[in-house]
Design a protein. Structure first.
Length: 256
C-alpha cells in the first residue's frame, strides 16, 4: 500500500494567505481498501473452492470408504457362507465316509460269513460224497456177496435139498427171515428132551463172503460158535453149519 507524504513548507517561506485547518495540514494516506477487498474476495473464493473441494474429497473418500466397507462386509458374508457350505460339505463327506466304512465292514463280515458257510458246505459235500462213495462200495460189496451167496446156495441146493428137507421135516428145523435182506433165521425144535416144543434159533449173516452168526438163543459160547463157522467157511457147506449149531444147542440145553 503506497502513501503520499508531502512535507510542509517552512513557515518562513510560506506566503501569507488565508487561514487553513489542522486537518488540511496532515499528510494524505492511501490505504488501498479496494485492492484489499479484491484480494480478500479472491481469497474467499479460493478458500471456498478449497473448502468445497475438501468437502467433496471427504464425501468421496467417505463414500469410497462406505463402498469399501460394504464390499468387505459382503466379502466377509460370502466367505462365511462359503465356510458354512464347506463345513456342511465336510460334515456330509465325513458322514458319507463313516457310512461307507460301516457298509464296508458289514460287507466284509457278510463275505467272511459266506466264505465260512461255503467252506462248511464244501466240507459237508466232500464228506457226503465220501460217505456216498463208501455206501456205494458197501452196497456193491453186499450185492456181490449176495450174488455169490445165491450162486453158492444154488450150487449147493442140488446136493443139500434132500438133506435140508430131511432136517426141516424130521428134525424140526424151519428157516425164517430175520428182518434184513442179508440175514436168515434158523429155528430148531425137538432138541430139548424135557420140552420138545422148546425152540432154539440163530441168525446167519450173508453180508460178507464168510458166514457169520450174529444172534442166537439160548446163548452159546463164542469160541465154540467160531469153531463151527471156521469149518463151514472152509467146506462152504451149509449142512455143516446146521449140524454144528444143533449140537451146540443140544449141549447147552442139557447143561441148563
Amino acid at each position: 500500500m503506497a502513501s503520499t507524504f508531502e512535507p510542509s513548507r517552512s513557515r518562513h517561506s510560506m506566503a501569507p494567505g488565508p487561514a487553513t485547518s489542522v486537518a488540511d495540514t496532515l499528510p494524505s494516506i492511501h490505504f488501498g481498501f479496494d485492492e484489499l477487498r479484491d484480494r480478500m474476495t479472491k481469497f474467499s473464493v479460493k478458500f471456498d473452492a478449497f473448502i468445497e473441494q475438501g468437502r467433496k474429497r471427504v464425501l468421496e473418500e467417505r463414500n469410497q470408504f462406505r463402498m469399501n466397507m460394504a464390499e468387505l462386509q459382503e466379502d466377509q458374508r460370502m466367505k462365511k457362507k462359503d465356510i458354512e457350505i464347506l463345513r456342511l460339505k465336510t460334515s456330509t463327506h465325513q458322514q458319507t465316509v463313516e457310512r461307507e466304512t460301516a457298509e464296508k465292514r458289514e460287507m466284509e463280515g457278510a463275505i467272511a460269513q459266506l466264505e465260512k458257510e461255503r467252506d462248511k458246505h464244501l466240507t459237508a459235500r466232500e464228506a457226503l460224497q465220501k460217505q456216498m462213495a463208501d455206501t456205494q462200495r458197501e452196497i456193491d460189496a453186499r450185492l456181490a456177496a449176495q450174488r455169490e451167496y445165491a450162486a453158492r446156495m444154488e450150487a449147493q441146493s442140488r446136493f443139500n435139498v434132500p438133506e435140508l428137507e430131511f432136517w426141516q421135516q424130521n428134525l424140526g428145523l424151519r428157516i425164517e427171515g430175520a428182518g434184513h435182506d442179508d440175514r436168515l433165521k434158523f429155528v430148531y425144535t425137538c432138541i430139548d428132551e424135557k420140552d420138545w416144543d422148546r425152540e432154539a434159533w440163530f441168525e446167519l449173516s450173508t453180508a460178507t463172503r464168510d458166514y457169520d452168526v450174529r444172534h442166537c438163543r439160548p446163548k452159546l459160547e463164542k469160541e465154540k460158535v467160531e469153531r463151527v463157522l471156521d469149518r463151514v467157511n472152509e467146506t462152504r457147506e451149509l449142512v455143516v453149519l446146521l449140524k454144528g449149531m444143533r449140537e451146540l444147542f443140544v449141549e447147552a440145553m442139557k447143561a441148563s
